[in-house]
Design a protein around this ligand. Structure first.
Ligand code: NDP
Length: 323
């Protein structure tokens, strides 16, 4: 049968991850990668200028949008949805309703189907939270992130005067996780759930105490956490902290009517956050293709996609695997 034709918009960490992930899915083929930069500078035969995207209108089934959530996706998703089915990983929590409305309007007008806010959080973690709450209505939901690199917090460290480079790891506090698992339904302060561990390369001759203090007291980013600051050399940062690991835990602890304790736990351990997020987007691109072929349009989220749509297998093949 015909392969699903995929396009990528934006060639950063996520875009490169999607390119690799397509290789692992035999029912898909990558047609082109669109960038706002000079395509010739990026050394990839599939690279195209985003200005030429309209030429691909009938050649691509689903565009996987890999731009940043802060400024790229709010513009790109509604624009590209005029011509293509799309999948994005929009993760600016407060703006998801407005992003949804913008994309839904275009999708309904033009007859395209667009899935927003896919990935792992938002995405797989959002699904686990709803699953837990639906099955165990009496109980508590907990999300822990890490151990992993937070891009936003690493950027914040780098903006401090006297800092050359830095990486920040978000680390879930094991004692807190154990308390949740025991079924005690604890309530936590921010400080009790996560630790922030920073690796910082300072410029020569800087006052390290001042830098450490500026990090630890930075509002919104660090002041509500216990933060550990380690000064290291540029070489140490490059050799020991060049990956993008991440992951986390979604737990639902509840009780049935007799008081029996029940626990659901979903864990992700990711050596590469962008490569994993990309694989999620690719599976959802398959779902978007199938659901669009069934006549759906507008905007949807992971909550609107039946599980079987993610699989390359047919409904009857899947039924054989139910037990
Ligand atoms: P990047 O910063 O690597 O890429 C974002 C965009 O910036 C690219 O699409 C690219 O567009 C441009 N770009 C990339 N590299 C360069 C460069 N060297 N010079 C100039 N421009 C560049 O971001 P990520 O791929 O790491 O992440 C993208 C988004 O994914 C994040 O903003 C986040 O919202 C989301 N995400 C979601 C997750 C989830 O679970 N839902 C998990 C992880 C990420 P162009 O090619 O057009 O220049």
């Amino acid at each position: 049968s015909q392969k699903i034709k995929i396009g990528i918009v934006g060639y950063g960490n996520l875009g490169k991850g999607v390119e690799l992930s397509i290789n692992q899915n035999e029912d898909m083929e990558l047609i082109a990668i669109f960038t706002r930069r000079d395509p010739d500078s990026l050394n990839n035969p599939l690279m195209r200028n985003i200005k030429d995207i309209a030429d691909y209108k009938d050649k691509i089934d689903v565009m996987i949008l890999c731009g940043g959530s802060a400024t790229d996706l709010p513009e790109q998703t509604p624009e590209i949805a005029k011509m293509f089915n799309t999948v994005d990983s929009f993760d600016t929590h407060a703006n998801i309703p407005i992003h949804y409305d913008n994309v839904d309007k275009v999708g309904k007008e033009k007859g395209t189907l667009n899935l927003i806010s896919s990935g792992w959080d938002p995405g797989l973690f959002s699904m686990q939270r709803i699953l837990g709450e639906s099955i165990l209505p009496v109980g508590n939901t907990y999300t822990f992130w890490g151990e992993g690199v937070s891009q936003g917090h690493s950027d914040a460290i780098r903006r401090i005067d006297g800092v050359l480079d830095g990486k920040q790891y978000t680390v879930p506090i094991e004692k807190a996780l154990e308390k949740v698992r025991s079924g005690k339904n604890p309530e936590f302060t921010t400080r009790e759930k996560h630790l922030r561990v920073c690796y910082v390369v300072a410029k020569e001759g800087e006052d390290l105490e001042r830098i450490e203090n500026e990090i630890k007291t930075m509002p919104n980013y660090f002041d509500e956490y216990d933060t550990e600051v380690n000064f290291i050399t540029k070489e140490e940062l490059e050799n020991n902290h060049n990956g993008m690991p991440h992951g986390g835990y979604v737990l639902r602890t509840g009780q049935s009517e007799t008081g029996s304790k029940q626990r659901i736990e979903f864990v992700l351990e990711l050596e590469s956050n962008p490569e994993f997020t990309a694989s999620v987007l690719v599976a959802y691109a398959r779902a978007v293709k199938k659901m669009h072929s069934n006549g759906e349009d507008g905007c949807i989220t992971v909550f609107d996609v039946p599980l079987g749509m993610l699989s390359p297998k047919s409904p009857s093949e899947l039924r054989k695997e139910i037990l």
